[in-house]
Design a protein around this ligand. Structure first.
Ligand code: NPQ
Ligand code: MG
Length: 415
């Protein structure tokens, strides 16, 4: 326990943090841009959606991607194509084919969107992207499914308004520093070779996927081979327990920016206990489901850095709230990745351009994952990607490529 004098300053510090967390929670609960506020970005009453095409595509990955929860060789993606009275809008659901990263998965998202979410939205004459969360509030969870619809709504609405998503969200830069996520390799030598390739490509940060047994020695090998100048971090995807605290402490001497999600999603207190035993900062990914969870996790000391994935938190508007909350609490954030096609990649770049995104994210070039993307490919320039400037998400979908990759297609209409 701290001595008397220290305990008094700790009390002051804790009450200051509490006040900030309250402010953060209020900001999180505050409504989206007010259309009557001249300073806020507005897009009017929202589009009229006449039909929605649900398209399932299977895109092969350039190489198998192994994490602590499994190996992926292709991406099973659900695309949302809105057909409105004033134009079209595209969205992408980041759920995986199997519920490995989280409980959501593509088939379930498609079912939920078709059976529960779209009927509620299409029952209204017009819905704006900012109103979408409220209309769908009575349906619990399924944030990736909701986020996919919000993305499509934002694209349609902002295309009509002639505004880019980056401007709408409040972007502060025109290009963003990029990192890359490196899967668990079969051998140490293969890992070193892969990392060397990404450093040659110009990536400004390397993230190594780890799991028990393929962790300390692998990370040390990368640090020793490429030196102290390489910006390095690790991601466990919830593969450890609190009993591994001492083992994970061996990462402390390897100069990592952070360790991402060492423990299971629901163990906020566990992460807070682990944080006290490590000098490497803890960053949460899977655990951060909303701005409220982010504020609470930060207050209890479960993390000091936050990975923001719009799909995981229910959309880009909630993602912006988390950015605002974390920025108010001086907690750095970065943009995660879910192996998005050019559609989700474009939107992630708009988000990653906000001022609080001070660490390079998993916003990699298209060719990190795909031989052929369904939009014009995003290409690295000096370790950065350019933020799209066109209206909406700022990308055009290559319908011929989508059609070639399509495994299933259906149409949802009002009524
Ligand atoms: C993460 N992403 O940060 C995730 C997890 C992840 C870039 O490391 C298919 C679809 C395979 C989504 C593998 C990165 C995936 C996936 C891993 C997401 O935890
Ligand atoms: Mg992660």
């Amino acid at each position: 326990m701290p001595c008397m004098g220290k305990s008094r300053s700790v009390t002051t510090w804790v009450s200051a943090i509490s006040a900030l967390v309250r402010l953060a929670a209020e900001m999180a609960a505050s409504p989206p841009p007010d259309p009557t506020d001249p300073g806020a970005a507005t897009t009017g009453p929202g589009p009229r959606v006449e039909a929605v095409e649900l398209i399932r595509i299977a895109i092969p990955l350039v190489a198998p991607f192994r994490t602590s929860f499994g190996v992926q060789t292709q991406r099973d993606v659900l695309l949302i194509h809105l057909l409105g009275d004033s134009g079209e809008g595209w969205g992408e659901c980041v759920a995986m084919g199997e519920p490995g990263y989280s409980s959501e998965y593509t088939e379930a998202a498609e079912q939920l969107i078709g059976q529960h979410l779209l009927p509620r939205l299409l029952a209204r004459r017009r819905v704006s992207a900012a109103e979408l969360g409220g209309v769908l509030e009575s349906i619990r969870g399924h944030r990736m499914a909701k986020a996919a619809l919000e993305m499509a709504w934002l694209d349609l609405e902002l295309r009509v308004a002639g505004m880019s998503l980056a401007d709408y969200l409040g972007a502060a830069r025109t290009e963003v520093d990029c990192g890359v996520s490196v899967g668990i390799a079969d051998t140490r030598e293969q890992l070193l070779e892969t990392v060397a390739g990404y450093l040659d490509d110009g990536y400004r940060r390397i993230k190594l996927k780890i799991e028990p047994g393929l962790d300390i020695e692998r990370v040390r090998a990368v640090r020793e081979r490429f030196g102290p100048g390489v910006v390095l971090q690790v991601d466990a995807n919830a593969a450890y327990t609190l009993a591994d605290a001492e083992h994970l402490g061996r990462l402390d001497e390897l100069g990592l920016v952070l360790i991402e999600q060492p423990l299971p999603e629901e163990q906020l207190l566990g992460h807070a206990k682990l944080a006290r035993r490590l000098t490497t900062p803890i960053c949460l990914d899977e655990s951060i489901l909303s701005a409220t969870v982010a504020a609470e996790a930060i207050e209890m000391g479960a993390c000091s850095i936050v990975n923001i994935k719009p799909g995981r938190v229910g959309g880009y508007l909630e993602a912006k709230h988390i950015h605002d909350v974390c920025t108010a609490l001086s907690v750095p954030v970065w943009c995660g990745g879910m192996l998005e096609t050019g559609i989700g990649r474009a939107a992630n770049l708009a988000l990653a351009a906000l001022p609080g995104f001070t660490l390079p994210g998993d916003t990699s070039a298209s060719d990190r994952y795909f031989h052929q993307d369904i939009t014009a490919p995003f290409v690295l320039h000096d370790g950065r990607l350019r933020v799209p400037t066109g209206a909406g998400l700022g990308v055009e979908v290559r319908r011929d490529v989508v059609d070639r990759l399509t495994t299933r297609r259906s149409m949802v209409r009002p009524g």
